[in-house]
Design a binder for this molecule. Sequence first.
Ligand code: NAG
Ligand code: NAG
Ligand code: NAG
Ligand code: NAG
Ligand code: NAG
Ligand code: NAG
Ligand code: NAG
Ligand code: NAG
Ligand code: NAG
Ligand code: NAG
Ligand code: NAG
Ligand code: NAG
Ligand code: ZN
Length: 620
Amino acid sequence: MKALAPLLVFLVLGAVACQDGGNEHRFRVPLASPLAVQAQPYRELVWGDVNIIHTTDTHGWLLGHQKSRPPESNYKGTFGDLASFVSRMNTTAQDKGYDFLLVDTGDLRDGTGVSDGHPKEQWAGEETDKFFLRMPYDVMTIGNHELYNPPTVAYDMHANFSKKTKRYLTSNAFITINGDNGLTKTVPIGWQFAKFKTSRKRLNVTAFGVTFNATGISPNVSVQPAEIMVNQPWFLDAIKERPSFFLLTGHMSVGERFNDWRAVVKPIRDLHKDTPIIILAGHTHLRNCTQFDDDKVVAIESGAFMDTVGWLSFNLSNTDKPLDYSRRYLDPNRVTYKYHTHTQKDEDFDTDEGKSITKDLWKLYDDFHLSRVWGSSPKDYTLFRVSNNSVLDLFVGEALPGVLNNVTCKGSKKRPKFFFINSGVLRYDIYEGIFDQNDQLTAAPYPDKLWCVSNVALVDAKRANATMNGSNGQAYLPVDLREARRRETAEVDAIRRNWLLQMSTHADPELQQDDRTLGYVTTDQCGNRQAGDGDDVKHNPISFLSHLPKIVIGPSTVTAPFVDLVILDHGWRDVLGNLSVPDHKYTESDIDKNFTNLTTNEVLGKYAQIAWPPKHELRP
Ligand SMILES: *[C@@H]1O[C@H](CO)[C@@H](O)[C@H](O)[C@H]1NC(C)=O
Ligand SMILES: *[C@@H]1O[C@H](CO)[C@@H](O)[C@H](O)[C@H]1NC(C)=O
Ligand SMILES: *[C@@H]1O[C@H](CO)[C@@H](O)[C@H](O)[C@H]1NC(C)=O
Ligand SMILES: *[C@@H]1O[C@H](CO)[C@@H](O)[C@H](O)[C@H]1NC(C)=O
Ligand SMILES: *[C@@H]1O[C@H](CO)[C@@H](O)[C@H](O)[C@H]1NC(C)=O
Ligand SMILES: *[C@@H]1O[C@H](CO)[C@@H](O)[C@H](O)[C@H]1NC(C)=O
Ligand SMILES: *[C@@H]1O[C@H](CO)[C@@H](O)[C@H](O)[C@H]1NC(C)=O
Ligand SMILES: *[C@@H]1O[C@H](CO)[C@@H](O)[C@H](O)[C@H]1NC(C)=O
Ligand SMILES: *[C@@H]1O[C@H](CO)[C@@H](O)[C@H](O)[C@H]1NC(C)=O
Ligand SMILES: *[C@@H]1O[C@H](CO)[C@@H](O)[C@H](O)[C@H]1NC(C)=O
Ligand SMILES: *[C@@H]1O[C@H](CO)[C@@H](O)[C@H](O)[C@H]1NC(C)=O
Ligand SMILES: *[C@@H]1O[C@H](CO)[C@@H](O)[C@H](O)[C@H]1NC(C)=O
Ligand SMILES: [Zn+2]
């Protein structure tokens, strides 16, 4: 069998916008991409009595990863492609008489333009939520990103979204709303549990949706710790009856942190010695699977950012034997989907609804002006992957100096500008080719302001860089996030990075093979526990940096003894403190706060306009 299915993709991804007498014209243009190579799965999925497809932490990536560079191209499938896949798999399940469930475990927003680019900030993610309602999800649960500010999001999940889903389970997440009597009342955001029968084998399912003890959430919402939840009468009542299996969904991890699953499993196991307990987890943005101490509990976590579609199947037949189950982490793309649905031609794979979902997502892309092209990046710039081009260096070394070239600090042109920026302003790589508004929002989402400290000794800036990057350094605090939220988000990033790092350093060099594309090589505690056993496609691991600096400074060409230092508008007291030496204290009066109106989420686009003219072939 051919391991690689090279795709010459002619996708209608880009759109060139041009200003013409104030009218913005968009042209959809075909982009030939010889780099898009998606490897095929090498074995069929294992079916069981019950088969579950799991998504989690999608964070707005419903159009998939559009770039053609590996490993991004592994994740190119759109939500419409997933809809077609789910529909075809359900038909296969029906033919075999098996049950088939679709589950999502939260974090629908904060990641790309289609969720974050909503013109009304308080409704961020509201348009992408509608695509979840078009999918036949059997169970969904809430993520911490639905609980953070603005409070309108949690309210929308409660008042509107949950009512339109089959089962939006929030066993321990509550919202305080106005009651009919003029008093406030605290109610579950969705339903606390559900009991239902599967459609084919008429199995009894008892399902919950449990969230980790999130902090830094909106004032109107609260999470009851799982260990308190399990003592509530409603919970004890719900678990009394013995179902065919328990379906524990939740925004909690399979790994060591953000994991209260044991607290939920214990009271169930105390009552029901051998009822299977199936756990669908999330939050830490990685692939993982484990079996608890008893062999009838299995927990899977299925990645993030639509880089993974999880598969968990199991048989119920032999109640006295260990659970027969199979787990798989699919690369969400059409090659994967067609392989597992045994379809070759598009017309045999795509469903009308699938095509319609993709079309409507692209329409949303246009409606939110995400297709506005700022330029065409000449190369890849990476944040955490090892490469020759760092997106951090690009930001402080070229982009900021370029776009702020004519701006003066306190009106003086005497000194060169030097940039002292927290690395947390960036969250994603930039890939060669079209750089549009969506790429800008994905790479640098936060509207941080830029201030300027006038007349700073370069040695002070360099010393502050060293100090703040050392152990005493304060990590980045994005302007719109409160401390607790930031800590949670940063910890998730650290766990994910650690996973990525482990797979590149622990990978057996013999596993590196020329015919493999770059991608995840997962080691977990399920199956045969071999690296890559759960991954649907065999990949070579990607190399990642072991460490990201908290502060980046530049450009390196600046050597003048005194500079005007450009900083962010928060954490600035900390910066001033670290710049200061006993005989020279920098104070707030040294800062020019009216330096520029440009925010950090506009810098790359403006820079692309100056430095990265769209390539010839991109023009209509
Ligand atoms: C599977 O098909 C049944 C009809 O046979 C339908 O009720 C159910 O919603 C579908 N589920 C999924 C996840 O596609
Ligand atoms: C959230 O709570 C605040 C104050 O407690 C209230 O003013 C606001 O209307 C609430 N928001 C929602 C969406 O219920
Ligand atoms: C949600 O429902 C409330 C009450 O019905 C309504 O006022 C509000 O506009 C809805 N929000 C959205 C985003 O649809
Ligand atoms: C499901 O539960 C009902 C009682 O609520 C019981 O009659 C039925 O046998 C159960 N089905 C299975 C497959 O266990
Ligand atoms: C949950 O979080 C709150 C707020 O940080 C804390 O007071 C409480 O101890 C936590 N509970 C558990 C079980 O972690
Ligand atoms: C996967 O889960 C297991 C079991 O909780 C845990 O020991 C392991 O650290 C997790 N792996 C990662 C990469 O977090
Ligand atoms: C379920 O049982 C069937 C028949 O024995 C077997 O072919 C299949 O591999 C089993 N599925 C799982 C997930 O173990
Ligand atoms: C960096 O550039 C050199 C020279 O062009 C090349 O050989 C090397 O593979 C590049 N490294 C990475 C990680 O791309
Ligand atoms: C700076 O000013 C020069 C001369 O007026 C102009 O050509 C250039 O486009 C300006 N640069 C920026 C980034 O605005
Ligand atoms: C800033 O600090 C980092 C981390 O200590 C260091 O690698 C880098 O070289 C420093 N930058 C400069 C220009 O000194
Ligand atoms: C900065 O601009 C604001 C409004 O844009 C103005 O109110 C303020 O006086 C300005 N401050 C200085 C120091 O120019
Ligand atoms: C920033 O915006 C304010 C208010 O819109 C405006 O008064 C000011 O001139 C702008 N400053 C710069 C440097 O563009
Ligand atoms: Zn998440």
